[in-house]
Design a protein around this ligand. Structure first.
Ligand code: KG4
Ligand code: ZN
Length: 333
């Protein structure tokens, strides 16, 4: 089955063509991504109105090029899958109306996709041997969740963020440190240049299953204020502050994962979403779990069209209703 996946929920326009095999190995035939990083960097963060306009410009070009490069026309498709939530409403509307238009004109099946489920399923697309039950740590820009993945596309939420997500904690801390957008990867790169820190930050892991990173944000703000001069004058000090921030975030994720693995008798963990690209988090979880932890390749950790095509194909028999949802928990699917 040939499925086109379209992603426009935030600041990346992603498209991909998937050859879906229900009982065999599915394969991405072609994929591409238009990143808006350079434009949003001018403003220090994503400007939703501009993001929508960029998706509108990029999407038809990406789809056209994808078809030309792969030699597969829209008429050859079996279905079109598109993110309808969660995400920025204006951005979601661009992808959804474009895809709906194509599907109506071509008479092809339209599959609305939950962006968070798509992140989660990216691990199964990359590792076909990964089968439920397993635990999934979803760490994207706006979401931090631990889900117990059960057979039949059912999820049990074991904990989610009460305030800031891990990605936001990276991004907001990076902004406080004066690092350019996108803050997460920039802060991580700086942190990885050192192996120690003169600064200490609290590891937020109170005795609850939910995540919370807003306390850390306040602690980072106070610590930066306290050492402002040192941080301005010494690049080593700045790297050590980045190191302390990264440690506080990844240690807190690690503690929650350890607890959940103990409480639920599952062997395997998948880690998905943008923060799954973080090398420090990867190393810590590898140390803990060895081969029992699965990460999608870097290109499928961040937003992309491949995961949308795959998530759509998986739900083709019973898709959710076609409506835009800025919030949408996967346990409601
Ligand atoms: O999943 P994603 O691409 O978009 C959303 O669905 O939100 O995640 C983006 C998030 C951003 O907060 C970004 O700073 C973070 O992932 N991120 C990282 C790294 N790469 C991306 N955070 C820490 N270390 C990284 N290497
Ligand atoms: Zn995402």
């Amino acid at each position: 089955m040939l499925v086109l996946g379209i992603e426009t929920s935030c600041d990346e326009t992603g498209v991909a063509l998937l050859d879906y095999q229900e009982s065999g190995v599915s394969r991405i035939i072609q994929e591409s991504l238009a990143s808006q990083i350079e434009m949003h960097a001018l403003y220090g963060g994503v400007v939703p109105e501009l993001a929508s306009r960029e998706h509108m410009k990029a999407l038809p070009v990406l789809v056209d090029t994808l078809c030309k490069d792969s030699g597969i026309g829209l008429k050859d498709l079996d279905a079109l899958a598109v993110t309808v939530g969660p995400g920025l409403k204006g951005c979601l509307l661009i992808g959804a109306t474009f895809t709906q238009g194509c599907s109506t004109a071509l008479g092809k099946k339209l599959i609305p996709v939950n962006h968070i489920e798509a992140h989660l399923l990216a691990a199964e697309l990359a590792n076909p041997e990964l089968k439920p039950p397993y635990l999934s740590l979803i760490v994207s820009g706006g979401h931090t969740e631990l889900q117990l993945v059960q057979a039949g596309g059912k999820y049990l939420c074991l904990g989610r963020t009460r305030d800031d997500a891990a990605g936001e904690a990276f991004d907001k801390s990076a902004a406080l440190l004066g690092l350019p957008y996108p803050g997460g990867p920039t802060l991580a790169r700086l942190a990885d240049t050192t192996k120690q820190s003169r600064y200490t930050l609290p590891v937020v892991a109170r005795d609850m299953s939910d995540f919370s990173f807003s306390g850390l944000k306040t602690a980072v703000l106070l610590e930066i204020k306290k050492h402002r001069q040192e941080l301005e004058e010494s690049s080593e000090a700045k790297a050590e502050m980045a190191y302390a921030i990264q440690e506080a975030i990844t240690e807190s994720l690690l503690l929650k994962v350890k607890r959940a693995l103990k409480e639920h008798s599952v062997e395997t963990l998948s880690v998905v979403g943008g923060v799954a690209a973080n090398m420090n988090l990867r190393a810590k979880l590898k140390d803990l779990l060895g081969d029992r932890v699965i990460f999608p390749p870097m290109k499928w950790c961040v937003d992309n069209g491949a995961m949308i095509a795959y998530a759509g194909a998986r739900r083709i028999l019973a898709p959710p209703s076609f409506e835009i949802r800025s919030r949408w928990g996967i346990e409601l699917l």
